[in-house]
Write a protein that binds this ligand. Structure first.
Ligand code: GLU
Length: 425
């Protein structure tokens, strides 16, 4: 991917941190951000690298590299997931940590931002190896995480079981049970009802608002979804139940397309049974790349970063782009989408349902009192709908696109609190 030069500065399009920084700089300039605050907010608060020795099942030791980037604490404890993947880089974790700060500010919940990552290939590891790696990673971070410090959660290739191990390891070290140290735990282990579905449900809420705003109707709205995991799969199910036509969906390897709408319950049964969408009848195969360019009304990239770039942005045909993944669109694609009239619901708004429900989990843990699922979903809807309209209003009153508006709103909120707290120097 290209080196982008916008006449002001250069950035590597495929580097998520440089993409994020370009958008940050742009928003800071439009906000006329105080130069001293700019210097403070453009860097993470702390970056931790740990080396994690793990006994593998055959008895030899493997040493994994792990990161936790704590980007900002101004609005509250740092918050953000942990991902396990072979291609994790510090720049990716840095970008993801910053996005958490902006995301929590957009939905106005009292958290800063952080992200963790461990370079490993979980598909090649046993449960025992994953457990030992998770526990040692947690032990290395014990002094840096905690309910008032930094609260991890699941992300790519981590799940409720991973959170249970982190919660247990942390609790063993501090010698009492601390449920609020992580969110996304199993419901039986002080997790929140509705947390598993919350990112997908949040997407549904903001897409519903966008559809209404653009004068469309769910029954006449064709949706293409890249990804069928915890975000894409749940969004597909909930959107199908709401009456949307799901015309395409994919897994890591391949996708399927039917212009008349897929039989979603059948798709999900096929996926659960075969662990792939391959060979699903009543649909044409599509690649993950081609899926993005299909004729549809709503496109939902819910897989990974850098999917919509300066190379393919001009071929994106949807009316609404709702970013379920973090960073699916590069900064160099933003202007192309805008000039083609695509209504973008940016990642830091669209996928904020997950962390919003994490906030509810943290609150419930600290109260020791658990809410019914209806209450969780209702409060999630209130926050997602209000945040959607906050961003749209900001965009309209400042004559900027939705992504620029979301960044400006978030940076302004974090800058304001930083000014009020003052710099301890
Ligand atoms: N990993 C999710 C995200 O990127 C959730 C983070 C959380 O709940 O803290 O938003």
């Amino acid at each position: 991917m290209a080196l982008v030069d916008d006449g002001i500065r250069q950035f590597r399009e495929d580097n998520p941190f440089e993409s994020m920084m370009w958008r940050f700089d742009n928003a800071a300039r439009l906000l006329d951000l105080d130069p001293d605050l700019y210097k403070v907010l453009r860097v993470p608060n702390r970056e931790i690298t740990v080396y994690i020795p793990v006994f593998m099942d055959d008895g030899h030791i493997e040493v994994f590299t792990g990161y936790r980037v704590q980007h900002n604490f101004a609005r509250g404890p740092a918050k953000g997931g942990i991902r396990y993947a072979p291609d994790v880089t510090i720049d990716e974790v840095r970008a993801l940590a910053a996005w958490m700060t902006w995301k929590c500010a957009v939905v106005n919940i009292p958290f800063g931002g952080a992200k963790g990552g461990v370079i490993c290939d979980p598909s090649q590891m046993s449960q025992g190896e994953l457990e030992r790696m998770t526990r040692r990673y947690t032990a290395e971070l014990v002094d840096f995480i905690g309910p008032e410090r930094d609260v991890p959660a699941p992300d790519m290739n981590t799940n409720e079981q991973t959170m249970a191990w982190i919660m247990d390891t942390y609790s063993m070290h501090v010698r009492h049970t601390v449920t609020a140290v992580v969110t996304g735990k199993p419901v039986d282990l002080s997790g929140s009802r509705g947390r598993r579905e919350a990112t997908g449900r949040g997407l549904l809420f903001v897409v519903n608002e966008a559809v209404k705003k653009l004068g469309m109707r769910p029954e006449k709205t064709r949706v293409a979804i890249q990804g069928s995991g915890n975000v894409g799969g749940i969004a597909a199910k909930l959107m199908h139940e709401t009456g949307y036509q799901i015309v395409a969906i994919s897994d890591v390897r391949c996708g399927i397309y039917n212009s008349k709408g897929l039989d979603l319950p059948k798709v999900m049964t096929h996926l659960a049974k075969h662990k792939t969408l391959e060979k699903f009848p009543d649909a044409e195969p599509v690649t993950n790349k081609d899926l993005l360019e299909l004729d549809c009304d709503v496109l939902l990239p819910a897989a990974t970063e850098n999917q919509i770039t300066s190379n393919n942005a001009s071929r994106i045909r949807c009316k609404i782009l709702a970013e379920g993944a973090n960073g699916p669109t590069t900064a160099a694609a933003d202007d192309i989408l805008e000039s083609n009239g695509v209504f973008v619901i940016p990642d830091i708004l669209a996928n904020a349902g997950g962390v919003t429900c994490s906030y509810f989990e943290w609150v419930q843990n600290r109260m020791g009192y658990f809410w019914k699922e209806e209450m969780v979903n209702e409060r999630l809807q209130d926050i997602m709908v209000a945040s959607f309209h906050d961003v749209c209003k900001y965009a309209e009153s400042h004559a900027v696109n939705n992504r620029v508006a979301a960044y400006m709103l978030a940076i302004d909120r974090v800058a304001y609190i930083t000014r009020v707290r003052g710099i301890y120097a």
